[in-house]
Design a binder for this molecule. Structure first.
Ligand code: G
Ligand code: G
Ligand code: MN
Ligand code: NA
Length: 253
């Protein structure tokens, strides 16, 4: 309960920070993207995991102003990396279902891009299957406008959302992100079969694919043998604060 009270003040008190996890092209051995993840530096409790506070932020609706702040912060930061020739990659931001209620998202995205000067294709929105499926018409309409602007869209945690595959071709998506549960259990024949088929679906629908939660060389070898080249996970890099990324890019581009 007090977390909720503190969460209401956290934006004004600048207690949020963004960390970034690399997406890695395992053939070229270069960073091809970053996922922005939120961290809350609570004045008394220290760093609080998003797993703890995102649900509260979603229930209270605070996720909307927080994500708007994040859109501006991430676009400016990415523009800075571009200008200083530190990195030239797209950064993705996770979208809660709430972001598609009320229809304000497009204008904020456009404003964040205009103010920062970042080209739209260097911003990506990560949505889950359940977001895309419930209220599909409205969500697809908003995503189509954003895509027309040039912004990229990925389907996060793919394979866990019980989406009807029959609709997948109607959602304007650039990339499927294979959920980490499949990678974690990829020694199992059945999980391997699912991964292989997700890759086939992505390929046949002209989508890119990213494997999440990659932690071991064995997983990398398997994913490569199935034709997946872009990977994200602790093996390559943990989510890092901005001050660590400068060094990281020097070593990893
Ligand atoms: O970063 P970490 O793995 O601890 O994140 C835990 C969960 O919180 C993940 O499901 C992640 O998608 C979610 N999360 C992290 N940052 C954000 C954010 O900025 N917005 C939303 N909606 N979810 C986030
Ligand atoms: O739901 P979403 O996919 O956005 O959440 C990403 C979450 O997964 C983040 O909290 C991030 O810290 C976590 N994560 C990223 N790579 C790995 C990994 O290799 N192993 C595990 N266990 N978690 C990871
Ligand atoms: Mn994500
Ligand atoms: Na995910």
């Amino acid at each position: 309960m007090s977390l909720e009270k503190d969460l209401r003040k956290a934006l004004a008190r600048s207690e949020f920070m963004v960390v970034y996890q690399p997406k890695w092209d395992s053939y070229m051995n270069v960073t091809v993207g970053l996922e922005a993840l939120l961290r809350w530096r609570h004045p008394e409790h220290g760093i609080i995991s998003p797993a703890e506070f995102i649900p509260i932020a979603e229930e209270t609706g605070l996720i909307v102003p927080i994500t708007y702040w994040m859109l501006h912060d991430v676009c400016s930061q990415n523009m800075l990396w571009h200008k200083e020739e530190i990195a030239n990659v797209a950064v993705s931001i996770n979208m809660s279902a709430r972001m598609f209620e009320g229809g304000g998202l497009y204008d904020v995205v456009e404003e964040a891009l205009t103010r920062s000067g970042l080209e739209p294709h260097f911003l990506e929105l990560e949505i889950t299957e359940s977001i895309a499926m419930n209220n599909m018409e409205e969500t697809v309409a908003q995503l189509s406008r954003l895509r027309a602007l040039g912004v990229r869209v990925s389907l996060d945690d793919f394979g866990t959302g019980f989406s009807s595959l029959g609709n997948l071709d109607e959602i304007p998506v650039n990339t499927l992100k294979i959920d980490q549960v499949f990678i974690r259990k990829s020694k199992m024949h059945s999980k391997k079969a699912i991964i292989s088929n997700i890759i086939a679906i992505a390929t046949n629908l002209n989508m890119e694919v990213v494997a999440e939660g990659v932690e071991t060389p064995e997983q990398i070898e398997l994913l490569q043998s199935l034709g997946c080249r872009v990977m994200q996970g602790y093996y390559y890099g943990r989510p890092m604060p901005v001050h660590e990324l400068g060094q990281w890019f020097i070593a990893n581009t």
